[in-house]
Design a protein around this ligand. Sequence first.
Ligand SMILES: C[S@@+](CC[C@H](N)C(=O)[O-])C[C@H]1O[C@@H](n2cnc3c(N)ncnc32)[C@H](O)[C@@H]1O
Length: 216
Amino acid sequence: MGFDRLAPHYDWMELIVAGGLLQRCRLAWLGELSAERVLLAGEGHGRFLVALSQRLPNAKITYLDDSGVMLDVARRRLEQVHPSIMPQVEWLHASLPDWSPPAAGFDLVVTNFFLDCFDGDLLKRVVDCLSTVCVPGGQWLISDFTVPSHPAFRIPATLSLWLMYRFFRMTTNLPARSLESPFPQIQAHGFTRSHTRDSLFGFLTSQLWCRAPGGN
Ligand SMILES: C[S@@+](CC[C@H](N)C(=O)[O-])C[C@H]1O[C@@H](n2cnc3c(N)ncnc32)[C@H](O)[C@@H]1O
């Protein structure tokens, strides 16, 4: 089933549920990004894609998503807002972790509200795959939900996550049952966190990680 059914409604749902909070989170470190080859994994509706194409107009961007309807939404959005960039974007209707990446790799990988779709072994395989495609010295931008450390915010956050996972499991067959942090595994792959911005009392995080120049 995937996100095809939700895709036409994703924009207004995001606006009603979160206002501008998710987009602020996606864009938190836009000014710090520099890359020639970018992979946007699970990019969905393409709101980040539009902003990135304006920030890095010469980059070659690979958009990857396993929902064909999301891909169409993103393609239409970019065509309307920034048509001149279209020839630089490769559109991949593909699924992680089964996708076979190109040998050349990417110097920027972006996963916005994507890694939360996975847990357990599947999360491990997705992170393994994305770590491999990021070249040594490359950047990995991650925006996602986290569980706040302060007890007063942990309970409402846990309840919100429970509701979100129930909703997405019903509407998209989401494989994950609960939120699992990808960060220890990303670190184990030789990435170091260079920038962090948390918002909504620690319920949202935007983190920029850098892969060691020597690789791992
Ligand atoms: C929660 S949405 C996030 C969309 C967008 N990145 C954002 O910032 O809102 C997750 C996206 O990942 C895509 N997706 C889910 N599982 C996937 C997989 N295994 N491989 C590739 N894309 C996947 C969905 O189709 C959807 O567009």
